[in-house]
Design a protein. Structure first.
Length: 323
């Protein structure tokens, strides 16, 4: 296990290098640069000012030269400054934006997992029943509906049609004070974004859980457990569920980073001040330092949770061993 873990960790370094190179190259292909945004907002901005600032920030060099300079700064812990907000890009993301995204994505993950597991088990145990058909139809709808469209519909129904039954967006209501009122207010602002963000994972995980459970309850060890006279409840929850949940563990581990990247649309629709919204705004105004910090962090999350999913597999299933 130690050798396998060391080998996988060492693979992260070249993988992140290639990802950073591709991301920087793609961002550099976007028309315009941060200096263009400065010129748009300042009528007195001259061409000489433009050329001087491009040379000062190194934007007059080819993109690959800019990349090596950026990589050199990153190796010393300097991820650059957000030209939009005038503060270090890493500080802006991890201090002001990431906690909000962590709250939204964490709750969405918890809701999706806690609902998908029992729903998938019920659908499998009642195969071809009316309950199974209803769950299957709802899952297909959940997979098919785009997150941004669902978010807009939720806002229309609960914030517009019912005239402010739930907030249309934002993080909190200005002027609310007190521990309990603040908690309730934050929960109200979270409800619609969590429903939108968790919808796709919930539908996918329910389908996977159903398929895995159907396959597991037909295996020999489950049949043998029933033949020994073990209660059906114990057969399902102690023997079958433990093995059926393995594919879902892998899928959930790989989908955690996707929640952060999927939050870009959700946070934009609901005006949620998180990392996803920061990426969207940074790309619009060519604030490449903020975009690179955020996107590289999401890439690191993908690699990390991929490894954690493999390790969790070995903990849950004693038959799996890594050399």
């Amino acid at each position: 296990m130690a050798i396998y873990l060391t080998r996988r960790i060492l693979q992260v370094i070249p993988t992140l290098f290639v990802i950073s190179l591709l991301l920087f190259g793609l961002l550099s292909m976007k028309p315009g640069d941060p200096i263009d945004e400065m010129r748009r907002g300042n009528p007195g901005f001259t061409q000489a000012d433009y050329d001087r600032l491009r040379e000062f920030y190194g934007l007059d060099k080819p993109w690959y030269v800019q990349y090596w300079r950026w990589l050199g700064r990153v190796m010393h812990g300097d991820f650059g400054t957000s030209r939009q907000f005038g503060r270090p890009a890493a500080q802006y993301i991890f201090k002001y934006r990431f906690p909000n995204t962590l709250l939204l994505s964490g709750l969405s993950l918890l809701v999706a997992f806690c609902v998908a597991v029992p729903t998938g088990v019920i659908s499998a145990l009642r195969q071809h029943s009316s309950v199974d058909y209803v769950i299957t139809v709802v899952n297909f709808i959940g997979v098919s509906i785009p997150i941004f469209w669902l978010g807009i519909m939720l806002i229309y129904v609960f914030a517009v049609h019912f005239r402010g039954f739930l907030p249309a967006g934002g993080l909190a209501t200005p002027g609310v004070t007190g521990t309990w009122p603040v908690f309730v207010d934050r929960l109200e602002h979270l409800l619609l974004p969590v429903i939108a963000l968790s919808s796709l994972q919930l539908a996918q995980w329910t389908r996977f859980m159903r398929s895995s459970m159907l396959e597991t309850i037909q295996l020999d060890f489950v049949v043998t457990a029933r033949a020994k006279g073990i209660s059906e409840r114990r057969v399902i929850f102690k023997h079958a569920l433990r093995n059926a949940i393995l594919p879902l563990i892998t899928l959930a581990g790989l989908n955690v980073p996707l929640l952060f990247s999927g939050a870009i649309l959700t946070e934009t629709v609901f005006n949620w001040p998180g990392m996803g919204r920061a990426i969207f705004d940074a790309i619009l105004v060519n604030d490449f330092n903020v975009a690179m910090v955020s996107l590289m962090f999401i890439s690191l999350l993908v690699l990390t949770f991929n490894l954690l999913a493999d390790l969790t597999y070995a903990l849950v299933d004693p038959r799996i061993r890594y050399g």
